[in-house]
Structure formats: structure tokens, C-alpha cells
Design a binder for this molecule. Structure first.
Ligand code: BDR
Ligand code: CA
Length: 304
């Protein structure tokens, strides 16, 4: 049997982040979650860090460390998405508040040293603003060659969701996104073009509710209040990439992040059909939504 692949998840829970964590923790044969890092994004770090612990504990993954990272973007003033995810970041979540001790290590120190110690072994799944990754790359540019791959939820070749041009994670920290895309690290990008194809519609939520576990119940309660029913499962696709790549079609592209033009700030300019040596990312364009949603349901059914 093959060994599970070691991953580090960098997130800002956030409702779709929480479902992404549930999927990762339900997949121990394929994924070894070394740590969950948190960053300011959907809500402040004082919420995203304890939210990650709440979900980790619910999933029975207490031995996985949760680490707080950067509390603000590289340059621009913080923006949040509390209108979608609720003031706490996990709207309608009935879980108790996080208990226990906060891990004193900074997420960036952990990431830099863990990846340095195991070159080309560890995949990072980044589903919030890219501040922690950019800070790591500033401290240690070699990280770009040491990391096995970075799977990102962020950006869009087409329309944005915060402005007509920009997607939330790249809009929240465009300078960080630019540093990451210019680093030379191997990147897979799941932007809105593909994540909007996979939605938590009412019929699917009913099926998940019938699973009857506290995890399934929590997922459904939160997703019912995630913008509105039928919300895109954005971050879940980035974990899905590591488990069911056959559900997703990606293409080599050249991606450039806009940091100058105030109207376009945070936009990802995606050039398709480029020669292999010009590509700096593989970008997702097509998802097999029914297949992936059945798979996600099966994995959520593993929780009792
Ligand atoms: C992204 O922004 C956040 O609100 C979600 O958690 C996701 O990471 C979608 O644009
Ligand atoms: Ca997120």
C-alpha cells in the first residue's frame, strides 16, 4: 500500500474551509495532515485559528497541530468576508468554542522549517489569502524549490466575486498572491472558473443531513447559511485535487496578479495555451461536479 502524502493546510475558516478540513481528515489513507495553519481572511485571525481547532476537534483529529500565522495582509488594509461566513466565520455553527492551549509556534516558522527538512515531499494546500506563503518565500526563497507543490484556491480567469475582476483570496492580499505566483514554485490553481461549478444544492444537503453524524449535521447547518443554499464549495476542490484529480481538468497557463491598477487590484490575468516554459501554474477550468459531490458525500459518511 502507498504511504499517505504529507500535506500542510493553510486556511481561514470560513465555511468552505471547514468542509475542506472535514474532507482532508476523512482521508487518512491518502493524506497525512501534518498541520493546519491559519491566516486572516474571511474573518480575523482571532476567529480563524480557534475555528480551525473547533473543526479539527469535531473531526477527531486532535493530534494535528493548528498554528496561527499572519494577522494582516502584506501591504493593503484588511478586508473580510463576514457577510458570507458570518461574524465568527462559521455562521450557524453549533459547536462549542475552542478549548485547550494555543500552539505558540508561528505558522510561517513551522512551514519554512518543516518544508526545508523534507525537500520536495510536502504539498501545501492554501485556501485563504496567501500571506503566510508569501512571508515564507520572503524569508526563504528556496522554499519555492523545496515545496513539492502548492494547491491554491484563489483567483479567476473570468469574473471575480468581490469586484467584477477579483476573487476574494487574491483581492484580500494581492501582493502576497503576486509573490507566490512569481516564485517559481509548482502551483495548481483552483479559481472561480472551476469552483463555481461545484455547489451545495438543497438536494445534496438533504443527502448529507441523512448521514446523521455530528460532522454531517455541522456541515449542513453551516452550508445552509453560506451566502445562500447552492453556494460554491470553493476550498473543498483544493483538497479534492489530491484525492480525485480525475474530477478536474487543469491546463498549463501564465498567471499574473494585478497589484497596481486600483480598479483591477487582485485580478489574476490568466493566459491560456502558453508554451510549457512560460507556464507558472496549472489552472482548473472544468469539474465533474456530480462525481465529486458523490465522492464528498461518501467521505463525510465516514464520520460516525
Ligand atoms: C474564497 O474566499 C473565501 O470567502 C472562501 O473561503 C474561499 O477561500 C472564495 O472566493
Ligand atoms: Ca477560504
Amino acid at each position: 500500500m502507498t504511504q499517505p502524502q504529507p500535506i500542510i493546510i493553510d486556511c481561514d475558516p470560513g465555511i468552505d474551509d471547514a468542509i475542506a478540513l472535514m474532507l482532508a481528515f476523512a482521508s487518512p489513507d491518502e493524506l497525512e495532515v501534518l498541520a493546519v495553519m491559519t491566516v486572516a481572511g474571511n474573518v480575523g485571525l482571532h476567529h480563524t485559528e480557534p475555528n480551525a481547532r473547533r473543526i479539527r476537534d469535531l473531526c477527531g483529529a486532535k493530534s494535528v497541530p493548528v498554528l496561527a500565522g499572519c494577522p494582516r495582509p502584506v501591504l493593503r488594509a484588511p478586508v473580510d468576508a463576514g457577510d458570507i461566513h458570518g461574524e465568527s466565520g462559521l455562521e450557524n455553527c453549533e459547536l462549542p468554542l475552542a478549548r485547550g492551549v494555543v500552539d505558540p509556534r508561528h505558522a510561517v516558522d513551522y512551514l519554512r522549517e518543516t518544508v526545508r527538512a523534507r525537500p520536495r515531499e510536502i504539498t501545501v494546500v492554501a485556501v485563504g489569502p496567501l500571506t503566510n506563503l508569501a512571508t515564507t518565500l520572503i524569508q526563504r526563497p528556496e522554499f519555492a524549490r523545496e515545496v513539492r507543490r502548492i494547491v491554491i484556491m484563489g483567483g479567476a480567469a473570468g469574473d471575480g466575486n468581490v469586484t467584477p475582476h477579483a476573487e476574494f483570496n487574491f483581492f484580500a492580499d494581492p501582493h502576497a498572491a503576486r509573490i507566490v505566483f512569481e516564485s517559481g514554485a509548482p502551483i495548481s490553481m483552483y479559481g472561480l472558473d472551476i469552483t463555481r461549478q461545484v455547489r451545495a444544492e438543497a438536494a445534496w444537503l438533504k443527502r448529507v443531513e441523512r448521514l446523521g453524524s455530528p460532522v454531517a449535521h455541522t456541515a449542513v447547518r453551516m452550508l445552509e447559511h453560506y451566502g445562500s443554499v447552492g453556494g460554491a464549495l470553493h476550498d473543498v476542490l483544493a483538497i479534492g485535487d489530491l484525492l480525485r484529480q480525475d474530477c478536474f481538468t487543469l491546463e498549463p497557463c501564465r498567471v499574473r496578479i494585478e497589484t497596481e491598477d486600483p480598479e483591477m487590484i487582485g485580478k489574476s490575468h490568466v493566459e491560456r495555451g502558453v508554451a510549457p516554459d512560460r507556464a507558472n501554474a496549472r489552472v482548473g477550468f472544468k469539474a465533474d461536479a456530480p462525481e465529486f459531490l458523490s465522492f464528498l458525500e461518501e467521505r463525510l459518511a465516514r464520520y460516525s
